[in-house]
Write a protein that binds this ligand. Structure first.
Ligand SMILES: [Cu+2]
Length: 155
């Protein structure tokens, strides 16, 4: 009779957990991601793809933002934590209520940063950059300077 080793058991449980966490129907790989214009709450020029959930609704969401070198998001905050993983390029991220490129810290592909709720920050892309943002919706954005808000006068 063959013995079931603890290691084999662990592998079975790991496979089961993986299988239930990532249903095949929810997978988005590379070219299958649907990219569209970025949300109207962000400065023009970014493309966005939603991988999971809906950032505009309650619940967890995962989205990606793709922009070219020089794309900036002026100082702003969110009422929830913003979790950012850099997929490609460089994200210059600064904390505070004034955009200061020299004070911004470079985050490269593979880096992760969590920005606490209600904390002013700003971002500048260097090179062709893709970032993945995940958090709990509804994801909002409040600009420090109302004139920076692309939705100004449209609300
Ligand atoms: Cu932000």
């Amino acid at each position: 009779m063959s013995r079931i080793t603890p290691r084999a058991l662990a592998a079975v449980f790991a496979a089961a957990a993986f299988g239930c966490l990532i249903p095949v129907s929810a997978m988005h790989l590379g070219d299958e991601m649907k990219w569209g214009d970025g949300p109207p709450t962000l400065p023009k020029g970014a493309k966005a793809a939603v991988l999971q959930g809906d950032p505009g609704k309650a619940g967890p969401f995962v989205m990606r933002l793709h922009a070219q070198s020089g794309y900036k998001v002026p100082p702003h905050m969110h009422s929830m934590m913003e979790n950012v993983t850099v997929i490609k390029g460089t994200l210059m991220l600064g904390m505070g209520d004034k955009l200061d490129e020299k004070a911004a810290k470079a985050h490269h592909a593979g880096d992760f940063v969590a920005i606490p709720a209600k904390t002013n920050h700003y971002a500048i892309m260097k090179g062709d950059t893709i970032v993945q943002i995940h958090g709990e919706g509804p994801f909002d954005i409040t600009y420090v300077n109302p004139d920076d808000d692309p939705m100004k006068g449209k609300k």
